[in-house]
Ligand binder design. Structure first.
Ligand code: SAH
Length: 367
């Protein structure tokens, strides 16, 4: 294949398998995305037309402005605390935070109360975020994980296309039971999937899947669930709210969703480790379970299309287009379609809100 980039990570993974045996899918995914030297987010240029994929904040400023309006509303709904931490997970180029802060500027008291906390493991992307956000005048702290987030103030948390990048495990029904799917070596020394030894924790298998046919694949997301559990505990103790936007499903089901994308096209998962983005659909049922920390709970899941429309996407698009050229208005209309139309991002992408049950969240809870 002419456009297939060399993958230095491939050699390293092959050597690891040779010495340590088959590698679970979760381990493979974590290395492909996060290897300090050759991991995808450490060296690639993921975003935009020239990158590998486009995310909602990169489609249009409308996305971040609406999330910003939701956050300002949530801040007021929890009593307008000062100080407060605005937290974004996996901020990419920093576009979403920049757009949210532009809206926050309309509430000077909020802007004054907040510090911005970015949870980001890639030094490259941290630099990009710094550049995008340096003119905002807001104090920014970067974090490798949730461990160092402030513990003395409420948290307002946003995560767009973050949870899909966290390592998943896969289990295959082999006839005699579920076995973890691993990556081993074929005769030619290349990578291939094979069954490993670990079996599935019964707690991860809902009753309706007990009779899944041979060959069925079940995915679990231990890292995503652990992060959500941590956040829910913090929200219960410190107050605040979280908004998670990602592609995924609302009910646990069998089916393989692990996918690799390069140049806006799907590529084989094992072909070019570190050179393609690797993601899995988010299991929002499992995430909601992890978000239970009374009085904190997840609200019923909403599609991205419904969420954006309820919060005035069309009205905002109209304002943005007012006085612009016809071509620019067409462009805005295309962006709206892209974000909210059911056959584009509107239905596959879901929005989950998490907060103490007595907090009234815009779009989710009755006013
Ligand atoms: N939210 C952005 C970018 C999504 S891409 C947008 O919508 O455009 C995923 C982001 O999560 C990247 O910034 C990536 O570096 C970051 N990321 C991936 N795994 C991570 C981890 N384990 N901890 C922190 N950040 C991570």
């Amino acid at each position: 294949m002419p456009d297939m980039p060399a993958s230095p990570l491939l050699d390293r993974i092959v050597r690891l398998i040779e010495t340590q045996g088959p590698m679970p899918v979760s381990d493979y995914m974590a290395r492909c995305l996060g290897d300090p030297e050759h991991g995808y987010y450490m060296q690639a240029e993921p975003f935009g037309r020239s990158g590998d994929f486009i995310t909602a904040p990169e489609v249009s400023q409308l996305f971040g402005e609406i999330l910003g309006a939701w956050i300002v509303h949530a801040w007021e709904a929890i009593g307008a605390p000062d100080p407060v931490a605005l937290v974004e997970f996996g901020p990419g180029r920093g576009t979403l935070s920049a757009d949210m802060l532009r809206v926050a500027r309309l509430r000077p008291a909020f802007l004054k109360a907040l510090t911005l906390h970015l949870v980001e493991t890639s030094p490259r992307l941290r630099a990009a975020q710094k550049k995008t956000l340096e003119d905002t005048g807001v104090t920014i702290r970067w974090h490798d994980s949730t461990a160092t987030l402030p513990d003395d103030r409420p948290l307002l948390i946003v995560a767009n296309e973050f949870f899909d990048a966290l390592p998943i495990r896969q289990f295959v029904q082999g006839g005699a039971g579920w076995r973890e799917r691993c990556i081993g070596l074929d005769e030619a020394g290349g990578l291939r999937f094979q069954a490993g030894l670990a079996s599935l924790d019964e707690a991860d298998l809902p009753p309706h899947l007990k009779a899944a046919p041979e060959g069925a694949v079940l995915e679990t997301q231990p890292v995503a669930n652990a992060i959500m559990q941590d956040l829910a505990g913090r929200l219960a103790g410190q107050g605040g709210a979280a908004l998670v936007v990602d592609y995924g499903y609302g009910k646990t089901a069998v089916g393989e969703t692990l996918q690799a994308v390069r140049n806006h096209k799907p590529v084989p998962v094992l072909e070019t480790p570190g050179k393609a983005d690797l993601t899995a659909h988010v299991n929002f049922e499992a995430l909601a379970r992890a978000a239970k920390a009374p009085p904190v709970a997840a609200r019923p899941l909403m599609t991205q299309g419904d969420f954006l429309l309820r919060l005035g996407l069309l009205e905002r698009a109209g304002q943005l287009g007012a006085g612009r050229s016809l071509a620019e208005q067409d462009g805005i209309r295309d962006d709206v379609e892209r974000l909210a139309a059911p056959d584009q991002m509107g239905e596959l992408f879901k929005v989950m809100a998490v907060a103490p049950q007595d907090v009234r969240l815009a779009a989710f809870d009755a006013a």
